[in-house]
Write a protein that binds this ligand. Structure first.
Ligand SMILES: C[S@@+](CC[C@H](N)C(=O)[O-])C[C@H]1O[C@@H](n2cnc3c(N)ncnc32)[C@H](O)[C@@H]1O
Length: 262
């Protein structure tokens, strides 16, 4: 009989960006946690089942596998240029029945054409998107976002905070690129939006911000003490099940490699 706790999780031993629906979007051991952290943040920011959500760069539905069941039918929208990721996410994580029930809408546009859905959104999400995007792509995304946002829309996004700004024109992947908080503020300012930093922790040390209309900025809740939140996340990551699984997969990998060399 197979013991699920000792089996390697899908794509766990592959590097980020590998040709596997889980590994492509990030470290396999954190696939579950990355989903939970997005979902928890958005619900903390006020996402309820009647809201509409646009998940920009939804990948293999890492977050979608929690958002789609939660939202009422027709309220989840995903944009993802790599169509195969969405197909694999449906096949392996969400299931056809739930898609039929919840009727999410997908677009495979690669130029951040957020207006393609022909409607406004209560919430927008760009999780691990600006950590790979050029300044030009982020500006395009925000210029589109402002067209599909209402005065109270909340656009939560992550970026990698640094002392320098990526100056390339291309999407960088799987490596990450950095921007200064000042740069993020000025991008928002170009669209007359506010950029509110959040203290919500991120398993890969990215920083969260909310873009919203200036008149709505004061309504974005303070999420508590960042040090305390960081401690909580580290505790989650040290969870015995995760630690044991990481060790077991390393042993399995070594065994497999030994088997092949025989
Ligand atoms: C690190 S993954 C994050 C996926 C998802 N947000 C998550 O958290 O699981 C980055 C995603 O952005 C997608 N992407 C690349 N170029 C894009 C573009 N122009 N517009 C939207 N998404 C894009 C990639 O295909 C990939 O699925």
């Amino acid at each position: 009989m197979s013991d699920e706790r000792t089996e390697e999780k899908p794509g766990e031993s592959l590097p980020t960006g590998a040709n596997h629906y889980r590994a492509f979007v990030g470290p396999g051991q954190k696939y579950d946690l990355m989903a939970a952290m997005q979902f928890n943040l958005l619900t903390l920011l006020g996402l309820r089942e009647n809201h509409t959500l646009l998940d920009i760069g939804c990948g293999s539905l890492r977050g979608g596998r929690l958002f789609i069941p939660y939202l009422l039918p027709g309220n989840y929208y995903g944009m993802e240029p790599e169509e195969w990721l969405v197909d694999e996410g449906i096949k392996n994580e969400v299931g056809r029945d739930l898609i039929d029930l919840k009727k999410p809408t997908f677009s495979h546009d690669a130029d951040f054409t957020l207006t393609t859905f022909g409607q406004k959104f209560d919430f927008l999400l760009a999780q691990s998107i600006f950590s790979h995007a050029s300044g030009k792509q982020m500006a395009r995304c925000l210029s589109e976002a402002v067209k599909v946002m209402t005065p109270t829309s909340v656009f939560a996004a992550t970026y990698v905070r640094g002392n320098t700004n990526y100056t390339g024109d291309e999407w960088a992947y799987p490596e990450c690129v950095t921007y200064t908080p000042h740069y993020m503020q000025s991008l928002a300012g170009e669209q007359e939006l506010a950029c509110v930093p959040l203290s919500w922790p991120h398993p890969n040390n990215q920083s969260w911000v909310v873009f919203t209309h200036r008149s709505n900025a004061k309504k974005i809740p303070s999420l508590g003490d960042p040090i305390d939140m960081g401690k909580r996340l580290r505790k989650l990551e040290k969870y015995i099940y995760v630690k044991a699984r990481t060790k077991i997969s390393a042993v399995l990998r070594k065994r497999k490699a030994r088997g092949k060399s025989r």
